[in-house]
Design a protein around this ligand. Structure first.
Ligand SMILES: [Zn+2]
Length: 104
């Protein structure tokens, strides 16, 4: 079943409730309703405002599921609204529903 893709305006969060800021590279050939589509390689720019002071998340270390098997941009898988993975100190996921216009 097709799932909505994530765009630059969608939100990611770590398992401690910390918001994750991702810079979506602006050179994409694919957009959804004028928004840049988020791809796996964008996650290397992630900055996590993790409130878990003893062992804070500082980076995304993996994508466990939710990277498109069929749609890539610039060679990197498009991320879907059910994406999730690991950080150095916990897990992360998307907390918004993705684009209503583009599914993959
Ligand atoms: Zn965290």
């Amino acid at each position: 079943m097709a799932t909505s893709v994530l765009t630059a305006t969608d939100l990611l969060q770590c398992s401690h409730g910390g918001p994750i800021t991702v810079i979506v590279a602006p050179r994409r050939s694919l957009s959804a309703g004028g928004s840049l589509v988020m791809v796996q390689s964008d996650l290397t720019s992630a900055v996590i405002a993790c409130p878990n002071v003893n062992a804070p998340c500082v980076s995304i270390t993996s994508v466990i599921s939710g990277a498109s098997q069929v749609l890539t941009v610039d060679g990197s898988p498009v991320l879907l609204a059910d994406v999730q993975g690991a950080t150095n100190a916990g897990t992360w996921k998307a907390t918004s529903p993705g684009s209503p216009l583009l599914k993959a």
